[in-house]
Design a protein around this ligand. Structure first.
Ligand code: SF4
Length: 93
C-alpha cells in the first residue's frame, strides 16, 4: 500500500511500517487487476456493503480500516466471498 499522506504513528501496523489506511482508488486498483488474474470469487456489492456496515458498527474495527481480531484491512477482506468475521463472540457476517 502506498503511504499517500503522512498518517500519525497510531495508524501504522503494529508489525511493520505500512500504514493501515487504504484509499478507495487503491482498493479499486487491487481488485481490478488481481481479481481478474487470479479469478478470485468476490462478494456481491450488497454483501460487501452489509459486511462493511457490520464492521463499522463493531468495537473491534480499528483506525476505520482494520479488524482487531484478524488484523486484516476489512475493505479488502470483506470483498472476498469466502471471508468470514473472526469475532470470538460469534461471527457478525
Ligand atoms: S470482528 Fe467481525 S465485524 Fe468486527 S471488525 Fe472484525 S470482521 Fe468486522
Amino acid at each position: 500500500m502506498s503511504n499517500m499522506s503522512a498518517p500519525s504513528q497510531s495508524s501504522f501496523c503494529k508489525c511493520c511500517t505500512a500504514t493501515v489506511h487504504i484509499s478507495e482508488e487503491e482498493v479499486r486498483q487491487l481488485f481490478g487487476s488481481v481479481a481478474r488474474i487470479r479469478s478470485l470469487n468476490l462478494a456481491t456489492e450488497e454483501e460487501y456493503g452489509r459486511r462493511m456496515q457490520a464492521c463499522r458498527a463493531c468495537e473491534a474495527f480499528q483506525f476505520g480500516t482494520t479488524c482487531r481480531w484478524c488484523g486484516c484491512l476489512m475493505e479488502i477482506k470483506a470483498k472476498l466471498q469466502a471471508s468470514t468475521c473472526p469475532s470470538p463472540a460469534g461471527s457478525r457476517w
